[in-house]
Design a protein around this ligand. Structure first.
Ligand code: ADP
Length: 489
């Protein structure tokens, strides 16, 4: 059924200054296949001295004439070449991502890998279009601005979309002329190493991209604390985002944070119910609910609640956990034993707080292995104050609430410390836009869910973070503006 055997997974080293190296300590750690709970391979465990070597390599590369004076168009060509290298190996990368993360291989190929390639091509196109302005100042002066790179950028990314999160940071950073030290999540280090390989094969100068596998502490924290890192771009939990912002204050690094969410998915009584049912199940079960934009709070108008929930349960039952390497599988395992425990803890809490368990809530065995599989889970009768309605679960667990009018739905929707995404389903164009404007979230979907495109900005309101990735907006994260005055008098 699966083709695991065709992919030989090598142990991983750190990629520093264009060379593969062991960690200075010689330490390594295993990366686990969540579908089997067995190790795939081991990779180097970076610590503070490795971070220091990587930052030095990135600084040297940043200051080198060969990078500073490289035509912007040639930077773009390097990014196109990285995209080509990734594309040549897209199927293999998809299987690797699936084995490391557990996501269904079909989604890994059609979304993660495809969108990563697209991201490199998109920012390749931007490299020679990053320009300043001429400002009409008074007096005999010419005043113009330059958009200069920030310098050495530290990118710390999570495990839910490993290669894609790397692409979202590395591609715009390089397009803008920065150099990067990338630290993938300890759960999913393998495709970041393949990105390093692709970059080397594409001819990216040594030190422009460095990849350090390792844990949040010490590898991530050392990167945040390092005095010669100019910027940290982080995607991950709100808790760690807060730590990073505090730690970065000591060296006044620029920080951009893309954090958690508890996104409301609002279905009005005039909605196309079948479309909304389909959207609601995809909103929560896609990537096993391990998406920061997961539609984890379903707010349904009380008039249509029973019909809606009946249809939703039927559809959700179709998400049968299975071997993620099987192209037919739509629901893979959770990423780790730790994550499974966390999610099971939330399910127990939902039950004890009095929410009604309508579906799932239990683990499943797939292929006779101890993988981290969980059935799609839906709670009804959820109240706003319950923990399962407030905290980000990051698993296939949906909390269903009801409301009686649009204003109440918006109020419940906004009643969260997060503000990453929201959705509204209605046939009334005025209600749709009213909701879109009132919902305090960085992305609002109308009659759809989970759309993303490299060209469209992505980021959070409130405690979902700040800064906008993707699109031309990401160029603001990776450039700083210089104002130049010339006396013409
Ligand atoms: P999750 O809870 O989803 O695993 P985290 O926010 O813990 O997400 O992790 C996201 C990324 O942040 C990972 O690469 C992780 O290693 C890193 N990380 C965790 N703790 C720290 C820290 N104190 N400083 C810097 N990076 C960290």
């Amino acid at each position: 059924m699966t083709d695991t055997a065709t992919l030989e997974i090598q142990p991983g080293q750190l990629f520093i200054g264009g060379e593969w190296q062991d960690a200075a300590s010689g330490e390594t750690f295993d990366t686990i296949n969540p579908a089997t709970a067995e190790p795939l391979t081991h990779v180097a465990a970076a610590a503070a001295d490795d971070v220091d070597r990587a930052v030095k390599a990135a600084r040297t590369a940043f200051e080198a004439d060969s990078w500073q004076k490289l035509d912007a168009r040639k930077r773009g060509k390097l990014l196109y070449a990285i995209a080509d290298k990734l594309e040549e190996r897209a199927d293999e990368l998809a299987r690797l991502e699936t084995m490391d993360n557990g996501k269904p291989v079909r989604e890994a190929r059609m979304i993660d890998i495809k969108e990563s390639i697209d991201c490199f091509r998109y920012y390749a196109g931007w490299a020679d279009k990053i320009s300043g302005d001429v400002i009409p100042v008074p007096g005999p002066y010419l005043n113009y601005t330059r958009r200069e790179p920030v310098g050495v950028c530290g990118a710390i990314i999570p495990w839910n979309y490993p290669l894609q999160m790397a692409a979202w940071k590395v591609a715009p950073a390089i397009a803008c002329g920065n150099t990067v030290v990338l630290k993938p999540a300890e759960q999913t280090p393998l495709t970041a190493l393949e990105l390093a390989r692709a970059a080397a094969e594409a001819g990216l100068p040594a030190g422009v991209l460095n990849v350090l596998t390792g844990f949040g502490e010490p590898a991530g924290a050392s990167l945040v604390n390092h005095p010669d890192v100019d910027k940290i771009a982080f995607t991950g939990s709100t808790a760690v985002g807060k730590i990073i912002q505090k730690q970065a204050a000591d060296t006044l690094k620029k920080v951009s944070l893309e954090l958690g969410g508890k996104s409301p998915n609002i279905v009005l009584d005039d909605a196309d119910i079948d479309a909304a049912v389909k959207g609601a199940s995809m909103a929560i079960f896609y990537n096993t609910g391990q998406a920061c934009t997961a539609g984890s709070r379903l707010l349904v108008h009380e008039k249509i609640r029973d019909e809606f929930v009946e249809k939703l349960l039927k559809r959700a039952s179709g998400f049968v956990p299975g071997d993620p390497l099987d192209p037919k599988t739509r629901l893979g395992p959770l990423v780790s034993a730790e994550q499974l425990d966390r999610v099971m803890g939330y399910i127990a809490q939902g039950k004890s707080e009095g929410a009604e368990l309508l579906l799932g809530g239990d683990r499943v065995e797939v292929n006779g292995k101890a993988g981290y599989f969980l059935n799609p889970t839906i709670f009804g009768d959820v109240e706003s104050k319950m923990v399962i309605a407030c905290e980000e679960i990051f698993g296939p667990v949906l909390a269903v609430q009801t409301f009686s009018d649009l204003e109440e739905a918006i109020q419940i929707g906004n009643n969260t410390e997060y503000g990453l995404a929201a959705a509204v389903w209605t046939r009334d164009v005025r209600k749709a836009h009213h909701a879109a404007h009132q919902l305090r979230a960085g992305t609002v979907w109308i009659n759809t869910y989970h759309n993303l495109d490299t060209a469209s900005p992505f980021g959070g309101y409130k405690q979902s973070g700040y800064g906008r990735e993707l699109g031309r907006y990401a160029l603001d994260l990776y450039t700083q503006v210089k104002s130049v005055w010339v006396n013409l008098g």
